[in-house]
Ligand binder design. Sequence first.
Ligand code: SAH
Ligand code: SF4
Ligand code: F3S
Length: 440
Amino acid sequence: MKYFITTYGCQMNVHESEKIAGMLVDIGYESASSVEDADVIVFNTCCIRDTAEKRAYGNIGALKSLKRANPDKIIAVVGCMTQQKGGAEALSLKFPFVDIILGTNSLDKLPILVQDKRSRRASIAVSEDPTVDLGLELPIYRTSGTNAWINIMYGCNNFCTYCIVPYVRGRERSRSISDVIRDVKQVLSEGYKEITLLGQNVDSYGNDLKDGTSFAALLKEISSLPGKFRLRFMTSHPKDFSREVVDVIAASRNICHNIHLPIQSGSNEILRRMNRKYTVEQYLEIVDYIKEKMPDVGITSDIMIGFPGETEEDFLSTCDLVRKVRFSNAFTFVYSPRKGTPAANMEQIPADIKKSRITRLVNLQNDITKELSDEYLGKVYEILVEDVNPKYPGTVCGRTDSGRLVTIKGETSLIGSFIDVKITKSRSASLFGEILSKGE
Ligand code: SAH
Ligand code: SF4
Ligand code: F3S
């Protein structure tokens, strides 16, 4: 029996799909190469933007005839779309051929529902109880090569006015430091060379445990574990990202100098109405401190245009900030109204203005990314070889400590090893190099 999983959304979802795969492998399933080849088809959905929802709707809808021809195939829809108010009901009305609908707090029910045809019928299990956290102890079938994702916390307390995440993921719940360390030791013993700690706001890790645990303390403890490995984390929130964390990273031998610090907007008025709880000046202060402690750092960001009420002046302030910080890369988004969030009821910006702003922002960031890429030329960096680069036959690729992707000529046997590479060519965000020496 085989399964096929389609994942939308963030790393949190990517990792949850590894847990879904783990549960299915546990009951005897193996991975299929296509939906046609699969007995169980799972859609792990995201509702952060309209585009993510539309894509899922399109792909689920496309399975109607496959299901009609093969009624024994099991189709499951899980993830954030099902956790929206009325979301599960809307999905089951729109797609009556879907067998299983499960919320993010009920994922552990999947194996039983897959195995037991009777309980499967019209099964919708979506728990709104944010204190329920059933996803903690699930078996994991890791699919991310040299990198292992590890959740350190779930949920979000911030309620940025544009964002649906706190409504679908509930309040912040930190895992205990001992559970996290146990998982880290486990993946290191399995040979993973990179660990990425996951949470919507990792800097508030431990706040709910009320025992003095902090993100800085967690980082320190993990980074002092023996062996050669890299430690990454995401996502940080500028209002909580502390100097103490910067100091821990700067003093460590293995926490990557690559910080993802979403700014969202460069206008204080927009940041206020987004409920982000920091100002542009405070953001720049943290960035200055990071750059002072780690001159080789790669800072990346999320930037949104078209938030309700954003004026041309606000937008130009965002461009100014992008020029000041010089992000090594940025994820740029067009604001998408989310039902039930405060910003959805504010006056919206016309689509043509949004289009013009996103184009200008993307061009600006591309220019900066390209300029920063050129600065790598001729220098030597250690990279962790992660995969083949399918675009260029006979090559493999990996990232610098600062998070830049480098492609080199080489054999797949290099995957999983650290090597020194001299950068010989840059093409916008991509770097190309040659091997100088093979490390560990
Ligand atoms: N917890 C993280 C990431 C959340 S989602 C953080 O606070 O930064 C990832 C990104 O999606 C956000 O940083 C934001 O830029 C974007 N996003 C969230 N809601 C959105 C919406 N309604 N429309 C467009 N982009 C959105
Ligand atoms: Fe959404 Fe804000 Fe929470 Fe990030 S911090 S998940 S943007 S509410
Ligand atoms: Fe999307 Fe849910 Fe992540 S809404 S961005 S998959 S937490």
